[in-house]
Design a protein around this ligand. Structure first.
Ligand code: ATP
Length: 369
């Protein structure tokens, strides 16, 4: 153990299945206590990466350290088995053994390691406290809610006092409401345990709301590794922009550029956004605006675009609108206090926008202000 080092360090990791590059050279490092998420669509290589860290899969090349200790190194042939990597794991298909009570479930990994009964009982008590389930050790799984069963699965992973928790879509079997509750529960348990987490999900809301940092993956590569706000507001590539959250795309040309602001002709009017540091070279541009960054007003500047509301939906915290602007359909969101009728004409302004080279591919960089 080396307390000054990161919790997990992955360097130059690559893995092929036949001709398929499941991981196409991935590097990242997780700090002590950090909630680190691999986010991406199905097949992007996130599970394979996690399985390589776990020791359930062997990478072709690269090096992995856990808590300062090398566990895999293709250069030397080092490849420690999972049970020697000081990791706790919970997968999507977590199973709580129905014939064992909660305490037996949590203590099981210690029992198979030959730990003495009194020590197991003490650790199980600690874990139950951590899970906010003190006093429930005698319950059978059938007497627990879905969320409590999930916590028992987590407890089993925590029992061995791992140096890092590896979680692969652990909430995806829960219904939507419970999933949302468990996001906060999991964060609180993590804080109490003071453990770093490597989390895998394809759910961007889950990733944004829970993570300290996110690595967005596509086709075996990390496109952007940053804090959630950075990923959402200043995506590094068009893929990230598109995958993380809803977005409107409007073809545009630059109409003016001064004082850190730029005016964009979007056809039917001009939108102003903060100018990015580096402008895309192409003349043929697209401005990407998230629905909540599109502001609707009854009146506005003469040259501002005017759109028509085609649909309004109540979404609890506000309204979601569909708008039509020069034959294009746009999405916008407003707070409850701002209400427009279907059919009404509204003036558009943009709080923020991201410029994209219209002709460029998904992994080309985008220019965000
Ligand atoms: N054992 C295997 N043999 C062959 N191909 C595999 C194997 N495991 C994964 N793959 C392939 O490698 C690619 C990456 O898979 P991986 O499971 O890491 O993706 P993922 O992003 O976690 O997707 P999902 O969320 O669907 O699990 C996919 O194309 C997958 O089909």
């Amino acid at each position: 153990m080396n307390s000054s080092s990161g919790a997990v360090t992955v360097q130059g990791l690559a893995k092929q299945f036949g001709a398929l590059r499941a991981i196409d050279t991935v590097d990242f490092s997780i700090a002590q206590g950090e909630f680190f998420t691999l986010l991406g669509p199905s097949g992007c290589g996130k599970t394979t990466t996690l399985r390589c860290v776990a020791g359930l899969e062997s990478a072709d090349t690269g090096r992995i350290e856990i808590d300062g200790k090398p566990v895999f190194d293709s250069a030397t042939g080092l490849d420690l088995p999972a049970n020697e990597r000081a990791i706790g794991m919970v997968f999507q298909s977590y199973a709580v053994w129905p014939h064992m009570n909660v305490a037996e479930n949590i203590g099981y990994p210690l029992k198979v390691r030959g730990v003495a009964g009194t020590q197991i009982a003490a650790r199980v008590e600690e874990v139950l406290k951590l899970l906010d389930m003190a006093g429930l050790g005698g319950r059978m799984p059938s007497q627990l809610s879905g969320g409590q069963q999930q916590r028992v699965a987590l407890g089993r992973a925590l029992a061995i006092e791992p140096r890092v928790l590896l979680l692969d879509e652990p909430l995806s079997n829960l219904d939507a409401k419970l999933r949302e509750l468990m996001r906060a529960e999991l964060k609180l348990i993590q804080r109490r345990a003071g453990l770093p987490i490597l989390y895998v999900t394809h759910d961007q809301v889950e990733a944004l709301s829970m993570s300290d940092r996110i690595a967005v993956m596509s086709a075996g590569r990390i496109h952007h590794l940053a804090a959630p706000e950075e990923i959402y507001d200043r995506p590094a590539t068009r893929f990230v922009l598109d995958f993380v959250g809803a977005v409107n795309y409007l073809p545009c040309t630059v109409a003016g550029h001064e004082g850190g602001r730029m005016r964009l002709d979007v056809g039917g009017g001009t939108l102003e956004i903060a100018a990015p540091e580096r402008l895309p070279a192409a003349a043929d541009l697209t401005v990407a605006i998230r629905p909540e960054d599109l502001e609707l007003a009854a009146t506005g500047a003469d040259d501002a675009p005017r759109a028509r509301i085609t649909l309004r939906g109540f979404v609890g915290e506000g309204f979601e609108y569909r708008l039509e602007l020069g034959g294009q359909s746009l999405r916008a969101r407003t707070e409850k206090t701002v209400v427009f009728e279907e059919g009404a004409e509204v003036v558009l302004t943009a709080r923020r926008g991201v410029l994209v080279d219209a002709a460029a591919g998904l992994d080309s960089a985008v220019a965000a202000a």
